[in-house]
Design a protein around this ligand. Structure first.
Ligand code: AMP
Length: 282
């Protein structure tokens, strides 16, 4: 396996990676970083947890350090949570550059976001709907000089209500320069991702993980098949068992939506309230 310097990464970034315990490139990084650093468009299909975020964050930071200005890079991602995670990796790895980022997602104050955008951040990480709203409603920022358009989880971006997304994407692409590097990353290679091949890409380098599973080997995944009405009881029991046996472990519960919806019984707020009560947490 190559190391980061063989892939063309600068010493300051390698040092930064080492501080975060990132010492050896993962396959998606080893394969996609050199073509990105050479200036090529790239489509990478890699499983979740494979290090695909750093596979685009590191080359962007390297190029940005050679000619820093804002707005240099736009990342589109389907969810707010992913936007925060991506911005965090930019922020941590780009610390020596004094990187300025801006997160543009729904549910946050439009005016504060517009001010941040007009302050020329180096990197904008956005969900398409909110960014398109800003473009439609203001002309206080310019993306006419961006060097990188990155679409993370491109297949999920397309799943988000196709017509709205297509309209939003048209608005966004309308203010981007034709001359740029476009990078698409996705955990799955679906028909919809094939559709995205049409997005002005210039002889993209294409890389797909050869592994058949979509999660990392180290991950121990299990499922419990239960009747709907006892699902919550099973969840509480499971969490109680885990916390009794491993009191220093953290647990993340994923649900299908973040908003409360009386028709659905598995959304984050309701689930969190229910667990707090059942487990008698404060
Ligand atoms: P991602 O697939 O981008 O969601 O990354 C999953 C996690 O792997 C993140 O917490 C990264 O900080 C971490 N990571 C990324 N690249 C490496 C690497 N080369 N070695 C070890 N960890 C890494």
């Amino acid at each position: 396996m190559a190391d980061f310097s063989e892939l063309g990464l600068s010493d300051w970034l390698i040092k930064q990676c080492h501080q975060l315990g990132i010492t050896k490139p993962t396959p998606v990084q080893e394969n996609c970083m050199p073509p990105i650093l050479e200036g090529r468009d790239c489509m990478g299909c890699a499983k979740t947890g494979s290090g695909k975020t750093a596979a685009f964050v590191l080359p962007v930071l390297q190029k940005l350090s050679e000619d820093p200005y804002g707005i240099y890079c736009l990342v589109l991602t389907p969810t707010r949570e992913l936007a925060y995670q991506i911005a965090e990796q930019f922020r941590v790895l780009g610390k020596p550059l004094g990187l300025k980022d801006c997160i543009v997602v729904g549910g946050m104050d439009m005016v504060a976001q517009a001010l941040e955008l007009s302050d020329k951040p180096h990197v904008v990480v956005a969900t398409p709907g909110r960014l398109a709203d800003h473009i439609r409603s203001s002309n206080t920022f310019s993306m006419s000089k961006i060097q990188f358009l990155i679409m993370d989880e491109a297949d999920r971006l397309l799943e988000q209500g196709c017509t709205d997304f297509t309209k939003d994407l048209e608005v966004i692409l309308g203010i981007l320069p034709a001359k740029r590097q476009t990078l698409l990353f996705s955990a799955t290679l679906t028909d919809t991702l094939q559709e995205l091949k049409g997005i002005a890409m210039n002889r993209p380098y294409f890389w797909e993980s050869t592994s058949e599973t979509r999660t990392v080997e180290e991950l121990d995944q299990r499922f419990i098949l239960t009747a709907e009405r006892v699902k919550d009881a099973y969840l509480v029991h499971l969490i109680q068992t885990f916390t009794d046996e491993h009191d220093d472990w953290s647990i993340i519960v994923f649900t299908n939506t973040c908003k409360y919806d009386a028709r659905s019984d598995s959304q984050a707020h309701r689930c969190a309230e229910f667990l707090m009560e059942a487990l008698q947490l404060q």
